[in-house]
Structure formats: structure tokens, C-alpha cells
Design a protein around this ligand. Structure first.
Ligand code: PNS
Length: 160
């Protein structure tokens, strides 16, 4: 069974890493789908986001996880990959409201597409990429939210 775990991953957080590891144990193959979104608010470029995830997966030796980027609709990416299963993490009820809507749009757009939700590990349930970006921009300490690699990349970025 193959599953897609999509997101912006700007940046990859400890919460994302936990979900990827759990999916890797549950499914034969996990494709991390990185959304190509060129927004002014981005902290990392697409290449950097992909590179960060690749390094993490190598470090954690998750042999059944691969990374791909996609543009436009998630359902088109899923169709191209021939996969009808998508995973998303749920932190709070507000996530559920947002995610439920997207999942319904997606199943309408791609008949048979299922979205499954993994409850976030409570240790990480308050962590969001947008929160990390905000802390990073104001030179706050991000070490409780991201890996050492992401932390040092953030430091490099704001030193320059
Ligand atoms: O990490 P994020 O930003 O919460 O991930 C959101 C993502 C990438 C899963 C979602 O925005 C997405 O799938 N975007 C692609 C466009 C799309 O298919 N939208 C759903 C129909 S409303």
C-alpha cells in the first residue's frame, strides 16, 4: 500500500518528522509530496525544502520514503502517481475543520481518493511551520520545533 503525505514543509518540523516515521511503519511506500508554492512569505525555496526532507529521511534510514514535488492540485499529483491514499496530521479541532473540507474537495475531484488522518503526537501538537517562520524571522530559538539541520539553516539564512 502506497500513501502520499503532502504539505508545504516550510520548514519541516518535528511534528512532520513524527508523522513521516509513523507512516513509514504503516505503509509499504510513502511519498512525501512537497507543494511548489512560490510565495513571498516562504522561508525556504523548494529545493531547500526538498533537501531538508531528503537529509532527514537518510538520517532516520526510512528506506520506503521518497520525496517528490508537485504543482497545482494534489489530486492531479495523486493521479499521476496512481495513488488514491493521502495522509494528513491533525493537531487541533481547527485542523479538523480545515482538513475535512479539503478532503471532501479532493474526494469529489478524484473519485475514490481517501484521506486518512493521524493524530499529532501531543508533544508536537502546537508546532506549526508558520509559527516556526515567525520565531525565525525575529531571531527566536527554534530548537524545540525543528531538527538541528533546519535550525542551522535558519541561522545561516538570517546571518546573511
Ligand atoms: O503544509 P500545508 O501548507 O498545510 O499543506 C497544504 C497542502 C499542500 C496539502 C494543500 O494546500 C494542497 O493540497 N494544495 C494543493 C492545491 C489543492 O489540491 N487544494 C485542494 C483543493 S481545495
Amino acid at each position: 500500500m502506497k500513501i502520499i503525505y503532502p504539505g508545504s514543509f516550510d520548514p519541516l518540523t518535528l511534528g512532520h518528522i513524527d508523522i513521516i516515521k509513523r507512516l513509514s511503519r504503516m505503509f509499504d511506500e510513502v511519498i512525501v509530496g512537497v507543494l511548489i508554492n512560490d510565495s513571498k512569505n516562504n522561508l525556504f525555496t523548494l529545493d531547500e525544502r526538498v533537501d531538508i526532507i531528503k537529509k532527514q529521511i537518510e538520517e532516520d534510514e526510512l528506506k520506503n520514503v521518497t520525496i517528490k514535488s508537485f504543482d497545482g492540485l494534489l489530486v492531479n499529483f495523486a493521479k499521476m502517481e496512481g495513488i488514491k491514499l493521502v495522509a494528513r496530521g491533525l493537531r487541533e479541532v481547527t485542523d479538523y475543520e480545515y482538513e475535512k473540507n479539503i478532503a471532501m474537495f479532493n474526494s469529489k475531484l478524484y473519485d475514490g481518493l481517501e484521506t486518512i488522518f493521524l493524530l499529532s503526537n501531543p508533544k508536537f501538537s502546537y508546532i506549526s511551520s508558520s509559527g516556526v517562520r515567525e520565531v525565525a524571522r525575529f531571531n527566536g530559538d527554534v530548537s524545540s520545533f525543528v531538527s538541528e539541520d533546519v535550525k542551522s539553516r535558519i541561522e545561516e539564512k538570517f546571518d546573511n
